[in-house]
Design a binder for this molecule. Structure first.
Ligand SMILES: C[S@@+](CC[C@H](N)C(=O)[O-])C[C@H]1O[C@@H](n2cnc3c(N)ncnc32)[C@H](O)[C@@H]1O
Length: 254
C-alpha cells in the first residue's frame, strides 16, 4: 500500500501532521546543520552537488525560474547557486519553518536567492511559471504526497523539470547494516548531540527513521509521479540506494 503522506506520532489528520512537522523543524533548526553533516558523514554534500549537476543545463540559463522548496537551512540552494551564471535570476528558496528559513537566509546572504515562507502544498506562485522545482529531503515530510506532486506540476511550465532528492531504504546486506545504523545508532547520536530527550527534539530522532520507512519505495513513488501527470519519471540511486534522486518533467504542450 502507498503511504498518503508523513504522519508524525500523534497526528490525526493532514493539518496536524503538517503542524507537527513544522514545529519539529523549528525546534531542531539550531542543531540541524551540525547533526546533518555528522549523521551522514558529510555524504549529504555529495548528494546536493550531484542533484544540482543533474540540472546544470537549466541552471546555466540566466532567466530560468527555479524553486528550491523545503529549502531548510539552504544547502541544496547553495549547491544550485554554484551552477548559476553571473547576474542570473534569483532562485526562490522556500520553507514553512521560519527558524530553518532564517538560517538558510544567512547562508545564502549576498547571493542570487530570495527566501519565501511558504507551504509546499499551497505555493503562492503562479501556475506554469517555473522551469525547475527541486526539493531535498523535504518531500518525505509532506502531509500528502499526491497533493505535493500536483502542486509542483501546477507551478511548473510545460517542459519544466522536477527533482526530488530523498532517503530510501536500500535492500540486501547494505540495507540490513544501514537499518541498524538508521534506527538505532542515528537516534542515539541525535540525542547525545542535542542533549537529553525534550519533547519535539526527541520525537525528531524517532520520526526520521519512521518517515523513511513509511515513504513509498521507488516503484510506488514513480507510479505516483506518473499519475500526477509527469513524464520521463526516473529514480537514480545514490550511495547504494541510501538516498536517490527522482526526476520527472511536466509534459510540453504539443
Ligand atoms: C530535512 S529538512 C531538509 C532541508 C534542506 N532541503 C536540506 O536538504 O538540508 C526538511 C525541510 O522541509 C520543510 N518542510 C516540510 N514540510 C513542508 C511543507 N509542507 N512546506 C514547506 N516546507 C516544508 C521543513 O520545514 C524542513 O526545513
Amino acid at each position: 500500500m502507498v503511504a498518503a503522506g508523513a504522519k508524525p506520532a500523534g497526528a490525526a489528520d493532514e493539518n496536524s501532521a503538517a503542524q507537527a512537522v513544522r514545529q519539529m523543524f523549528n525546534s531542531i533548526a539550531p542543531r540541524y546543520d551540525l547533526l546533518n553533516h555528522l549523521l551522514s558523514a558529510n555524504v549529504d554534500r555529495l548528494w546536493w552537488r550531484r542533484t544540482a549537476r543533474r540540472f546544470e543545463e537549466i541552471l546555466a540559463k540566466p532567466d530560468a525560474a527555479i524553486l528550491d522548496i523545503c529549502c531548510g537551512t539552504g544547502d541544496m540552494t547553495m549547491a544550485l547557486l554554484k551552477l548559476r551564471p553571473h547576474g542570473a535570476r534569483p532562485i526562490v528558496a522556500a520553507d514553512f519553518a521560519r527558524a530553518m528559513l532564517s538560517r538558510g537566509a544567512q547562508k545564502v546572504s549576498g547571493r542570487a536567492a530570495v527566501m519565501l515562507e511558504a507551504d509546499a502544498l499551497h505555493l503562492p506562485l503562479r501556475s506554469a511559471s517555473l522551469d525547475l522545482v527541486v526539493t531535498a529531503f523535504g518531500f518525505r515530510n509532506l502531509a500528502n504526497y499526491e497533493a505535493g506532486l500536483q502542486e509542483f506540476h501546477r507551478v511548473l511550465k510545460p517542459g519544466g523539470q522536477l527533482g526530488i532528492l530523498d532517503f530510501s531504504e536500500p535492500g540486501g546486506l547494505v540495507g540490513k547494516a544501514y537499518a541498524v545504523y538508521f534506527r538505532r545508532v542515528l537516534p542515539a547520536i541525535g540525542r547525545l548531540v542535542s542533549g537529553p530527550a525534550q519533547g519535539n527534539k526527541d520525537d525528531a530522532y524517532r520520526y526520521l527513521p519512521a518517515s523513511v520507512g513509511a515513504f513509498p519505495a521507488p516503484p510506488a513513488m514513480l507510479r505516483l509521479m506518473s499519475a500526477a501527470g509527469y513524464t520521463e519519471c526516473a529514480w537514480q540511486p545514490y550511495t547504494f540506494g541510501i538516498a536517490g534522486l527522482y526526476t520527472a518533467m511536466r509534459p510540453p504542450v504539443v
